[in-house]
Design a protein around this ligand. Structure first.
Ligand SMILES: Nc1nc2c(c(=O)[nH]1)N[C@H]1C(S)=C(S)[C@@H](COP(=O)(O)O)O[C@H]1N2
Ligand SMILES: [Mo]
Length: 288
């Protein structure tokens, strides 16, 4: 699926043939940076989810609400070239080319649990780097207290955006500065040792493993530092059901279901949900 319409996916015709710096398609020119070195600090209490299974249960409403349909609907979505705008309360607003961004920060692999608010969970190897490094490079002003993230708006290519007109596209999310600067919070460019495929949020997504999955926004095109708490997509849609903070908590039920347990996708195992999705040792102090 990665090779769709992509120059870099083809067999090289000659060793000396010049490689384009920026090949349009779904595979970035930085593909050679994968797999990245695994950071041994992040160990799991459960098996990694099979790659095919993780890729077959996808929430990406820009393409479809049908989790099984997203991968094929997103296949061929142009994720390269891509740029990310950094605006708001930073010393110098700037627009990053994605390839330059990926080269500017050392990539690492981390095994993280992921818990969707719908009660399914997985464990996957993400490739990326701490959001804190990226923010530091963009020099936030001291007045910055929150970070707002915005996804792409391309309804002609993303059928869910075109057809589901009741959603306030593009998707948007936010974190407090302390959450954004926490080492667990990753900007992610890859999964399973390869660049992200479109359905997992290529070419750039957030991963915040102690929060419900919807906080981990995919397809980011804009990062904005703000003084005020930014609105978030699911909170705007259903404020009684989805808050801003949205930390995984087995003791706080969703209005329509308990959050005490979760199903590990690809298995029939139902396991207890852990406070902060098992990352309490690292993050509980943020909320003390
Ligand atoms: N832009 C965007 N980001 C998104 C979503 C979405 O619909 N659009 N869904 C969220 C939800 S609900 C979850 S559980 C995760 C799923 O990530 P995965 O499909 O890579 O497992 O992405 C999150 N990020
Ligand atoms: Mo989710």
């Amino acid at each position: 699926m990665l090779a769709t319409g992509c120059a870099l996916g083809a067999e090289p015709s000659s060793k000396s043939a010049p490689q384009p710096v920026t090949a349009p398609g779904t595979v970035p020119a930085t593909a050679g940076l994968y797999p990245a070195r695994r950071n041994p600090a992040f160990v799991l209490d459960r098996e990694l989810t099979d790659e095919q299974v993780a890729g077959a249960t996808i929430n990406y409403y820009e393409f479809s609400t049908d989790k099984q349909a997203v991968a094929s609907l997103a296949r061929g979505f142009r994720t390269h070239p891509w740029s990310v705008e950094v605006t708001g309360l930073v010393e110098k607003p700037r627009t990053w080319d994605l390839d330059a961004l990926v080269r500017a920060f050392p990539l690492e692999e981390r095994l993280y649990r992921h818990r969707c608010v719908e009660r399914w969970a997985m464990a996957v190897p993400w490739t990326g780097f701490p959001l804190a490094r990226f923010l530091a490079e963009n020099r936030p002003l001291s007045a910055a207290r929150f970070v707002r993230f915005v996804s792409f708006l391309r309804p002609e290519e993303a059928p869910g955006q075109k057809e589901q007109t009741w959603y306030p596209w593009p998707y948007f999310e936010g974190l407090t500065m302390a959450e954004a600067m926490h080492d667990l919070t990753l900007l992610v460019t890859g999964i399973y040792g390869k660049p992200l495929p479109p359905h997992h949020g290529a070419p750039l997504r957030l991963v915040v493993p102690w929060k419900y999955g919807y906080k981990s926004i995919k397809g980011i095109v804009r990062v904005e530092l703000t003084a005020e708490r930014p609105p978030t997509f699911w909170n705007a849609m259903a404020p009684m059901e989805y808050g801003f903070t949205s930390n995984v908590d087995p003791e706080v039920s969703h209005p329509r279901w308990s959050q005490a347990t979760e199903t590990l996708i690809g298995t029939d195992r139902v396991v207890p949900t852990l406070p902060y999705n098992g990352y309490g040792d690292l993050v509980a102090r943020l909320y003390a």
